[in-house]
Design a protein around this ligand. Structure first.
Ligand SMILES: Cc1cc2nc3c(=O)[nH]c(=O)nc-3n(C[C@H](O)[C@H](O)[C@H](O)COP(=O)(O)OP(=O)(O)OC[C@H]3O[C@@H](n4cnc5c(N)ncnc54)[C@H](O)[C@@H]3O)c2cc1C
Length: 377
């Protein structure tokens, strides 16, 4: 196996976290390689609602989503099977854009300054202050720093023996685009027995429907159509959606084994960003902003240590862990709490009544799972 090239930083995974990190670092002339297994553009299972907290930062990296057709979203609506409804103005607001378009926008920008290759990383080894990253075609790449931006679950997690990968997860998710008449400025969260479904518009005018449910709920039905028509449609809003919406994909995309277990932000000296450091429950609608935010957090610390070269790796790792926990741990905890509340019929009904009477409590929960607008790179 020959070492092909040496880089300052190798990023495993070209999702939002990896691509943002590449943009930030290469702006300061860091030599970056991104290794992504799937060529762009590609669809991803995701709710496709992004919190506005990332707008100034993205635009400082040269990515302006609003001029690229992102749909502005300012309201959140939550409903349940008893047709109870909550509506609120989102404190920061957000935008709707398909991952097909958003990830590709970032990729087009990244490839102007960094190298991006489409391969699967098979192994990462660390020896004498250097990493060797090997891809499926037995090519080796060398760097002093490796970033794990490989998302919520990857073969790399297995190779690294990460704790969460051995534990069975009870969650699966399904997503597709539809032609359907939904207000532009709303993100809707419709709950049903065993899960919830997000609906919001994307830049093409299509509505993205993405739902998360448990295996236990899903396996009682004959398949996706049966589940949608006979379980999800108990919620009158979803009944209306599935009876009127015209599917735009040949078949929905599905993913399984979604784990919300806590993870470590640094493992085997690899700095984890985005979902590979921790995944917030999707109902908070903040995973993408967190992925982008963690890329910023890492990049800023990296650039600082790069300037003052006397900083020890251990010190850098500890500082990143500390900053990551300070920034995201409470959001993840609140996300877990809200998820539990919403998934239990009795507490959810009580919650709907309570939050209808005290709408400021809903805003407080949203604020607790979101960050402040990120400043420029
Ligand atoms: C059902 C669901 C709905 C969601 N809805 C929302 C929402 O509405 N709003 C929101 O903000 N967040 C949402 N999220 C969360 C959001 O999708 C993630 O937080 C976000 O995608 C994280 O970005 P990332 O870059 O960390 O990971 P990803 O976007 O998953 O990128 C990881 C990349 O790594 C690549 N990769 C993996 N392994 C390897 C390997 N070995 N070699 C090379 N490449 C590799 C993958 O191909 C992938 O492109 C949702 C999540 C789920 C599960």
């Amino acid at each position: 196996m020959a070492i092909v090239k040496t880089f300052d930083v190798i990023i495993i995974g070209g999702g939002l976290a990896g691509l943002t990190c590449a943009l930030h670092l290469s702006k300061q002339n860091i030599k970056v390689l991104v290794i992504e297994k799937n060529p762009f553009p590609h669809h991803k299972v995701c709710g496709e609602y992004v919190s506005n907290e990332v707008l100034p930062y993205l635009s400082s990296l040269g990515v302006d989503v609003l001029t690229e057709g992102a749909v502005s979203i300012s309201k959140l609506k939550i409903t349940n099977i008893n047709n109870k409804e909550l509506q609120t103005k989102l404190p920061l607001g957000g935008f709707g854009m398909s991952r097909f378009h958003l990830d590709n926008l970032l990729y087009e920008k990244v490839k102007e300054t960094s190298e991006v290759i489409f391969k699967t990383v098979e192994s990462v080894s660390f020896f004498k202050e250097n990493f060797i990253v090997s891809t499926q075609d037995s090519t080796d790449y060398k760097a002093k720093f490796v970033i794990g931006a490989h998302g919520k679950r990857s073969n790399i997690d297995k190779k690294l023996n990460r704790n969460f990968i051995e534990q069975k997860s009870s969650w699966l998710a399904i997503k597709a685009h539809y032609k359907y008449n939904l207000s532009e400025n709303i993100v809707a969260l419709h709950t049903f027995n065993g899960g919830y479904c997000g609906l919001s518009k994307t830049e093409t005018g299509a509505v993205n429907a993405c739902y998360l449910t448990t295996y236990n709920s899903f396996k009682k039905f004959k398949g996706i159509d049966d589940f949608q028509n006979n379980n999800m449609s108990e919620n009158p809003n979803l009944n209306h959606f599935f009876s009127k919406a015209i599917p735009l994909f040949d078949s929905p995309l599905t993913i399984g084994q979604i784990s919300f277990q806590p993870k470590k932000p640094v493992e085997n000296h690899i700095f984890m960003i985005g979902d590979s450091a921790g995944l917030i429950h999707p109902l908070c609608g903040n995973g993408m902003a967190m992925a982008i935010h963690s890329a910023k957090l890492f990049s800023e610390l990296f650039l600082k240590q790069h300037t003052y070269k006397n900083i020890e790796r251990n010190q850098f790792e500890n500082e990143y862990k500390k900053q990551w926990n300070k920034t995201f741990s409470n959001r993840l905890k609140t996300g877990r709490f809200v998820q539990k509340l919403l998934m239990n019929e009795a507490t959810a009904n009580f919650g709907f009544t309570l939050l209808n009477q005290f709408p400021s409590m809903l805003n407080a929960i949203i604020t607790k799972t979101h960050g402040k607008p990120l400043n420029n790179a």
